[in-house]
Design a protein around this ligand. Structure first.
Ligand SMILES: CSCCC(=O)C(=O)COP(=O)(O)O
Ligand SMILES: [Mg+2]
Ligand SMILES: [Zn+2]
Length: 524
């Protein structure tokens, strides 16, 4: 074995390792080992098409692991033809100490990574060396490591339990749950560095990170541990793909059948290991706003007064616009209906040829009484939305949501559960509210919006309409959350899963209403 003094020096960043050390037995052994592993892993399908990489620390017991040199396979070359001279040798902090000599055309010039030398220090595998004290890192493009990340495109984790091969993963027994973080792919490998570091930090038990549509990084304290674990990971990911095809759930101890609702939501994803959480067994979540995502007081004490106080100004200043003409037409029809039905507060609106002031006066009187009565009618909601638009644009309004809402929206979104809004507020108003909250723009977590143009929220057929639009196999795959008992009943009668939201300021519920209740989305 070569002496460690020069290796230690080089690794400590004091300068280049001596020629003698670089040409010594320890480095040569590591070079030969990486070349052999390249050829072997090529046969396994892990590094075909020049993809993947293998790095190991030089085995020199005289040098502390953290200071040892690293031997790295070149990037973008045929791994099955690797020989020891093809390897890079690097210091522990990522300086290239020895590079392979290029081969004649048509060979491509060797590359250390797909990143510029400037970035070498932050090259993705160094994170495992620096953060986990690894002795070797294997980066595989094995097909199973790629496809397993595609079973649920929204999942941030792969989870599995009760498989013998889990025992091959450091710190895991047969009954333990294996959790592999999944990060999103990037055009260049060095761009993975930050998300890989975050995943390594967030999952202290992990010895691997999956990269979606790409592959896996596996590390161990020695090349043997890294290789053994890589074999187990490939086996387990392959098993998951086959179990998926067979409809068998690998994420639960009993490995029962995957039910179709669970396929997307539960098999993979953050914290998703069983069906006890309603949102996780649902494909879609539909949320009411007032009393559910947002305090009733914000709607009644801020938004409604804003609309009431600005209705005259809005109608007067936009009277001749197409949008307002449409709003007035809708209001006229509603008011005529209200007058026929003897609705209190309804007053006749003079015909179109009356003066603008007369028409506006009558409309304002009707709108004020509609707002006072909290009518959930399209004509009012449409107009309110247009008035609020000005308020949001002028920053006189800012959307308010309960503090647990942004986190839950993100969690559902990230785990592939689609989230929609169904509110009496117009779709435009919904988008304004969620686009301008005190937590920023939350629309990125939302897949769509439904309002009273789909139907009244207390009518079952509105929920049938929504389930048709969402394209689910069954309405039971939709979880609806609302504060209003009648809405809960209507959704339940359409076959939805329903939870009632209890927030400060909400109206009391009937006794023995029979619905599950929550005080925060964090309970879901
Ligand atoms: C889009 S914010 C305004 C909310 C609103 O106008 C309203 O009537 C709230 O009704 P919800 O169905 O969300 O309870
Ligand atoms: Mg509500
Ligand atoms: Zn790769």
């Amino acid at each position: 074995m070569a002496s460690g003094c020069c290796g230690a020096k080089a690794a400590a960043g004091e300068g280049m390792a001596s020629e003698a050390y670089l040409a010594g037995e320890a480095v040569l052994e590591a070079r030969e080992l990486v070349a052999e592993l390249c050829r072997h892993f090529y046969g396994m399908g892990w590094v075909t098409g020049t993809g993947g990489s293998i790095t190991v620390k030089v085995n020199d017991p005289a040098v502390p692991l953290a200071d040892r040199l690293i031997v790295m396979s070149p990037s973008g070359v045929q791994k099955e033809r690797m020989v020891s001279e093809d390897m890079y040798v690097m210091s522990a902090d990522g300086k290239v100490l020895s590079a392979p000599v290029g081969k004649p055309w048509p060979n491509k010039p060797p590359k250390c990574t797909d990143c510029a030398p400037l970035f070498m220090k932050s090259f993705v595998v160094f994170k495992a060396y620096l953060m986990r004290g690894a002795g070797a890192v294997i980066h595989s493009h094995g097909m199973e490591t790629c496809i397993a990340t595609m079973l649920n495109p929204g999942a941030k984790e792969f989870r599995m339990t009760h498989m013998e091969m889990i025992k091959g993963i450091k710190g895991h027994g047969f009954r333990d749950e294996l959790v592999i973080p999944i990060i999103e792919n990037t055009p260049y490998e060095y761009e993975l560095t930050d998300s890989l570091s975050e995943a390594i930090a967030a999952y202290p038990k992990a010895t691997a990170v999956l990269v979606r549509n790409h592959g896996i990084y596996v590390w161990g304290d020695s090349w043997i541990n890294a290789k053994t674990q890589a074999e187990c990971y490939h086996y387990l990911l392959d098993a998951a793909i086959r179990l998926y095809q067979l409809g068998i759930d690998w994420s639960t101890p009993e490995h029962g059948p995957i039910n179709s609702a669970k396929r997307l939501g539960s098999i993979m994803g953050p914290g998703i290991t069983n069906g006890c959480h309603a949102a996780e067994s649902s494909k879609c979540v539909v949320l009411d706003i007032e009393g559910t995502t947002t305090p009733i007081s914000f709607v009644t004490d801020v938004m409604f007064p804003y609309a009431r106080d600005n209705v005259r100004k809005h109608l007067t200043s936009t009277f001749d616009s197409e949008e307002t003409k449409e709003d007035i037409k809708l209001l006229r029809t509603q008011i005529e209906d209200d007058l026929r039905n003897g609705i209190s507060g309804a007053v006749p609106v003079p015909p179109d040829d009356a003066s603008k002031d007369e028409v506006v006066n009558a409309l304002v009187a009707n709108v004020e009484s509609m707002i006072k009565a909290d009518r959930k009618i399209t004509s009012l909601k449409q107009l309110q939305g247009h008035i609020w638009r000005t308020g949001f644009e002028k920053k006189e309004l800012q959307g308010v949501v309960f503090e647990d809402v942004p986190e839950a929206l993100k969690k559902w979104h990230d785990s592939g559960i689609k989230v929609y809004i169904y509110s009496s507020g117009s779709r435009e108003a919904q988008r304004l509210l969620f686009g301008n909250t005190t937590y920023g723009d939350l629309r990125k977590f939302l897949c769509g919006y439904f309002d009273t143009t789909t139907g009244n929220k207390r009518e079952t057929r509105s929920y049938f309409e929504i389930s048709q639009s969402l394209g689910v196999d069954s309405p039971s795959q939709i979880l609806f959350i609302t504060d209003v008992f009648q809405e809960a009943v209507a959704a339940k009668n359409a076959g939805f899963e329903v939870i009632i939201s209890i927030r400060l300021g909400n109206a009391p519920l009937p006794e023995n209403h029979g619905f599950r209740t929550i005080k925060s989305f964090s309970e879901i």
